[in-house]
Structure formats: structure tokens, C-alpha cells
Design a protein around this ligand. Structure first.
Ligand code: FE
Ligand code: FE
Ligand code: ZN
Length: 279
């Protein structure tokens, strides 16, 4: 089964996202836990959320992927930013219990000069603060492009965060691999998908990989930029995208598009990718 979907807006509510996804041939989707207008999951209508949970089960969707806002910085040393990040992320994880089996993706953030090791330590400490026993959500660390002082560019950095998470929470920690980010980060996922997947397996372990952000990139391998491109129009190109979605070790995972598109553009990309996969 090919699980493919895209980023959708929460503006129309929870059940609406499931319906929009279905209408464009998707069986997966991602959304921001707070939309840019500041509406947050706290204001969600419980009946709407429950209706989405039932819809996803009935339609056989992949787990919904909640993406933490970019305004959070889990590796920040600034007490005010840290406090805001902890409170917000903890609240979102509590909320997500209403959508059982959710994935919750976040950017490990920027160390802002304190060094990667310190940023990694802070991010892991934050996870130990916000996670709780018995939670049904899997928290995903996103692989980053290495722009500025971003941490999480290398698989080794991602793995060191996981290793510093308390063992009692570790089963609920995983990774979301962003194809644009890893290419910008210097991993040749377009040219040699197998080698990058095997490297991920060696350093982190493929059992930790729960989701793929499927994006083309505007920039060349190792550019450390993070500018997403439409599928087939970037440096990963259709050949690279094809080898990613047909790689036998990762093709069972859900793929989420975050390409620069409106809903109609996503519908076209999903149709094109389904044509390649044929399953
Ligand atoms: Fe992201
Ligand atoms: Fe991403
Ligand atoms: Zn990105």
C-alpha cells in the first residue's frame, strides 16, 4: 500500500483535512498544530477531532502527522523561548491523545553559537520534559539541512538526541527524513538512495524511521539551504524521487509532500507519484 499525502491547512477544522486529503487521492496528511493566524489545537472542537479519528480509521489512512510550528526552538538557551517551547509542545502532545497513534514532528532547532553538542543536550532534555508515560504519539525528530546553526543535519546528531532521551520514553521517539533537507545536508539521496538508506540504518536504525517528507530541492547537494521545490523540478529530479519512493526498505512508510503547491498542485503530484508506484 502506497501511503502518500501532503501538508494541509487546519483552517477548515480537523475532519475537513481528512476529506480534502481523500478528495485529492491522498491517504495521509500533515498539518501545523498552530496555523499562521494563531489558531491553535487548544481551540479545537472535540467532536470535530473525534470525527477525524473515526474517518482516518474507516478510510485506512496513515497516521496523521502534526508538525510543530517553526517558532519553537528546542535547543535554545534563552529561558523565555525554552519555557514557551516546553509549554506549547507538552500541550500539543496532550491534545494529540485525542487522535490516537499520531506522529508529532519537530525541528530540533538552532544552537545559536552554543555548539551542536549543547544544542543536542538541550533538545534531549526538552523531550524528557514534554513526554509522558503511556502516550500513544510517536515524536519525530526531523532531519535538517544544516542551515545556520541548525542541529540535526547529520544522522549522528539525530542519533545523539535519541540516545539522551530517557529509556522509558525512547520507544515513542523516531525520525522523519526530509528528502530536501538530507540532500541539502550533503547526503546523495537522489544519486544513491540505497547508500543513504543503509547509512541511516547503520547510524540510527531503520526501525526509528516513521515518515518521509517528500520534497524536491531548489539547491544542489550539500548546499545547506532548505528551499523546497516541486516534485521533478529540482535537483533531486524525477529519477531521484522515483528511486526514493520505490526503495524496498522505505517504501512502506508514509510520504508527506511539502512542496510549494496549493491543493490542486498537490493533487497533480499525488497522481503522478501513484502512476510511478502503481500500488
Ligand atoms: Fe519541517
Ligand atoms: Fe520537512
Ligand atoms: Zn524544509
Amino acid at each position: 500500500m502506497f501511503y502518500i499525502g501532503c501538508h494541509l491547512s487546519l483552517t477548515g477544522g480537523y475532519l475537513n483535512m481528512g476529506k480534502v486529503a481523500k478528495s485529492i487521492g491522498a491517504n495521509a496528511f500533515q498539518y501545523f498544530t498552530k496555523n499562521p493566524r494563531g489558531r491553535s489545537s487548544k481551540e479545537a472542537d472535540p467532536a470535530d477531532v473525534a470525527a477525524l479519528a473515526a474517518f482516518l480509521k474507516e478510510e485506512g489512512f496513515a497516521p496523521p502527522l502534526a508538525h510543530a510550528p517553526y517558532t519553537y526552538n528546542p535547543s535554545s538557551a534563552d529561558e523565555r523561548i525554552r519555557e514557551y517551547t516546553v509549554t506549547s509542545m507538552r500541550g500539543e502532545l496532550e491534545f494529540l491523545e485525542a487522535l490516537p497513534g499520531s506522529l508529532y514532528n519537530f525541528h530540533p532547532g538552532n544552537h545559536v553559537g552554543a555548539g551542536a553538542e549543547e544544542g543536542i543536550r538541550r533538545t534531549a532534555a526538552l523531550l524528557n520534559e514534554i513526554m509522558f508515560e503511556g502516550m500513544s504519539t510517536t515524536v519525530l525528530i526531523e532531519t535538517m539541512a544544516g542551515k545556520g546553526t541548525e542541529i540535526g543535519r547529520t544522522f549522528e546528531e539525530v542519533q545523539s538526541i535519541i540516545e539522551q532521551v530517557e529509556p522509558r520514553f525512547r520507544d515513542n521517539v523516531g525520525v522523519c527524513l526530509d528528502t530536501c533537507h538530507v540532500s541539502d545536508g550533503g547526503y546523495d539521496i537522489a544519486g544513491d538512495t540505497d547508500a543513504v538508506v543503509d547509512e541511516f540504518d547503520r547510524v540510527i536504525g531503520l526501525d526509528r524511521l516513521h515518515a518521509i517528507h517528500l520534497n524536491d530541492s531548489k539547491n544542489p547537494l550539500g548546499a545547506h539551504k532548505d528551499r523546497h521545490e516541486k516534485i521533478g523540478d529540482g535537483t533531486i529530479a524525477l529519477d531521484g524521487i522515483t528511486s526514493i519512493i520505490t526503495n524496498p526498505k522505505i517504501m512502506h512508510l508514509p510520504f508527506y509532500l511539502e512542496t510549494p503547491n496549493e491543493v490542486e498542485g498537490y493533487a497533480r503530484e499525488i497522481a503522478m507519484l501513484r502512476e510511478i508506484r502503481k500500488d
